[in-house]
Every structure is written in C-alpha cells, then in structure tokens.
Write a protein that binds this ligand. Structure first.
Ligand SMILES: C[S@@+](CC[C@H](N)C(=O)[O-])C[C@H]1O[C@@H](n2cnc3c(N)ncnc32)[C@H](O)[C@@H]1O
Length: 366
C-alpha cells in the first residue's frame, strides 16, 4: 500500500499548519466538509442514520497548509500514467467544439480577485518553487490576469513580463500589482511577438486550460524560452480536484442541460486530467518533464461568500449559473446551499483544491 512515509520522493512544502497546530487543527469531519454533488439529500432519518453535528470541533482556516507536493521522479508515484483516451469523433469532442459558452470572460478585474486571485496567490509560491524559478531569471508569465504570479516572480527577484489578452485585467494588474521589475503587456498567447529564446523561463497558471489551442500556446512558450530554460504550467484537475466548483456544476447539471454540457466539455479535455499537461509537454519536444499535484485551500467565510464566487459570469460555470432563468437559478442555489451547509450552521468552509503542475526543459539549442 502506498504510504507517504515510505516514499523517498515525498517532498512536503510549507506544512506550517501541521507544525503550528497539529494535524487535527487542519482538517476533520467537522472542520472541512467535503464537496459532493449538492442535490438535496434524502432524509438521513429515513435512511436510519443518526445525524449529530460535531460540537467540540471548531472550524479553523486551513490557509497555512498551502501545499503538499509529491514529486521527485519522472512520474509522480501517485499518478495514473497510462495512455490518455482518444476522444476524436466522440460526443465529448464534438460538444467541446460546438458549446457556445465562452471559455472565460475576463472583463472585471475586481470580480476576478473575489473569484480566483485570492486563491491563485496561494498557488504562486509552491508553483514557482516547483518550476525552479530563481531570483535574477527573466520570466514570461502567460495569461497573467491581474498579475498574481507576475508579482510573486518580482518578489523573488525576477524580471517579469506579464502577458494577457484582457486589457481590463492588465489595468487591474498595473493598478494593484505594479513593480519596477514588471512589465504588463497585452497580447495573444497563441501568437506571441517575442523573439525566440527571449526568456530564461516561461510560466503560466490557470490559463492554458481556458485557451482552446493549447498545443499552439505550449509551442509558443517553448519557442520564446532559451535552451536549458523551464516551461511550466498549472491547471485545476477537473476530475474531483476542483471541489468548490464541482458542488455547483454537478448540482446544476442535474437540473439544467446546458450546465451538463459545460460539465462534460470541461471534463473531456485531457489537459485537465492527471498527466494531460505532461503529454502535451512531451509532444512539444520539452524534456525532463515532471507533473505533480499541488493542494491549495479555498476558504470561504460563508455560503454567500462561496455562492457569489461561482454565480458571477467569469468561468463557464458562473456564466451558465448567471444565465439561468430566475426560478431555476434559485432552485440550484437552494440545493448548492444544502451541499455547502451539510446540516451545519452557515459559516466558514475550506475546500481542498488540486492544481496539477508540470515543468519541462527546453533542449539545448532550443
Ligand atoms: C483564470 S485566469 C488566470 C490568471 C492568473 N494567471 C492567475 O493565476 O490568477 C486566465 C487568464 O488567461 C487569459 N487568457 C485567455 N486567453 C488568452 C490568450 N489567448 N492569450 C493571453 N491570455 C489569455 C485571460 O484573459 C485570463 O486573464
């Protein structure tokens, strides 16, 4: 049986929570309810289950437990390493081609802070450590959004260019995350204007999965990075790793055909599966490719804090929720609330989220 204690490749990063409080303060049945399909549950009494809310356990934010990274090999020991299915000609492939919900609406920088930037901040350190980014490097941040990762690069002494296709997000980045070592630039990750080998490294967080032409983007990331430089990315694992979104998506999929299409499209793309990015990295000619999961915590203060994040039209789930007729939207909200509360008083909940990160090296000579 796999045991982290026996795994020579196990590297544990920033387990401040365990060090500071002991493991029981981080997680437990009463402290971190897990997300599941949030449709109204049948009465637990009818099922003969005694439901006694835990009284002694006080919820505490799991924020300090930023990441546990299991790596140290060509393939992480806990990952599926078999072949990826070929979706060509399947329903999933065709729905991915025809679905009309835009992949991402990057129009309001402040809304993005509430939706995601407050959590991508937690990803920045472990992700850049994993990528091996060092002070003094000249780094391109692709799909930089409101500049969370770009700012983290500057803080560790890099010179950084933040590239994004959204002027409103770039305005937010220039306003809130400016730094003498950063330039924010408008551009398309699929066709970058930089010369070959312009950067020591190229990174991208939570971005290449919202761009349909992902292979093209990775080829561009490789092209603009010098020989021996690192190309790295991180995206959510949509097969159970993005639990706060799944609660909304799976619940609404029961009630709404459109959300079901969104769910099926999201899950069908190998890039959001274990080793999906690694396969693209290898196909792009990058070498020494390693993929691994990073776990971060999304901590919501209340149901309102949580629901407002996923009902804003930014990602596909929020766009679909926002577009539902009022009555259906209210029904979805009622069921999602039931899943969030899980019979406990409203308040804080902490969701574990898996970001799969990949890094590869540009071969000498580009
Ligand atoms: C989920 S956000 C990630 C932002 C940031 N990296 C973070 O971690 O908070 C995805 C970003 O990708 C950007 N994006 C989408 N398509 C793009 C393209 N073709 N070229 C450059 N950026 C793009 C969006 O504008 C958005 O800012």
């Amino acid at each position: 049986m796999y045991s982290p204690g026996n795994d020579p490749g196990l590297v544990i990063l920033r387990m401040k929570c365990l060090l500071q409080r002991g493991a029981s303060g981080c997680a437990g049945p009463g402290s971190t309810p897990t997300a599941s399909a949030g449709v109204a549950e049948p009465s637990k009494r009818r099922l003969g289950l005694a439901v006694t809310p835990p009284r002694a356990v006080r919820w505490q934010p799991a924020a300090e437990l930023v990441a546990v990274f299991i790596g140290g090999g060509e393939e992480s020991t806990n990952l599926y390493t078999g072949p990826l299915p070929n979706l060509e000609g399947t329903d999933q492939a065709s729905s991915a081609m025809t679905l009309s919900t835009p992949w991402f609406l990057a129009t309001d920088a402040r809304a993005y802070e509430h939706f995601m930037a407050r959590w991508s901040r937690r990803l920045a350190g472990p992700f850049l450590d994993f990528a091996g980014i060092k002070g003094g490097n000249q780094v391109l941040d692709v799909g930089c959004g409101t500049g969370v990762i770009t700012a983290a690069l500057a803080e560790r002494g890099c010179t950084a260019v933040g590239l994004d296709a959204s002027e409103p997000y770039l305005e937010g980045a220039r306003r809130d995350r400016s730094h003498p070592n950063i330039v924010y630039e408008l551009g398309d990750a699929r066709r970058m204007s930089y010369a070959d080998a312009s950067f020591d490294a190229c990174v991208s967080a939570l971005a290449i999965d919202v761009i349909p032409e992902v292979d093209q983007v990775v080829r561009e990331m490789r092209r603009v990075t010098r020989g021996g430089g690192i190309v790295a990315s991180g995206v959510f694992d949509f097969w159970g790793g993005f639990s706060p979104a799944d609660l909304v998506c799976d619940t609404a999929s029961v009630l709404d055909e459109g959300m079901r299409s969104v769910r099926d499209q999201r899950k069908a793309r190998p890039i959001v599966w274990a080793n999906g990015q690694a396969a693209i990295w290898r196909e792009s000619g990058l070498v020494d490719v390693v993929e691994a999961p990073i776990v971060i915590s999304f901590d919501y203060a209340s149901f309102e804090d949580y629901w407002s994040s996923f009902s804003m039209p930014i990602g596909q789930i929020g766009q679909r929720v926002a577009a539902l007729p009022a009555e259906l939207r209210a029904e979805v909200e009622r069921h999602v609330r039931s899943g969030y509360l899980a019979g406990l008083p409203d308040g804080r909940r902490s969701f574990a989220v898996i970001v799969r990160v990949v890094r590869g090296t540009v071969p000498a000579g580009g």
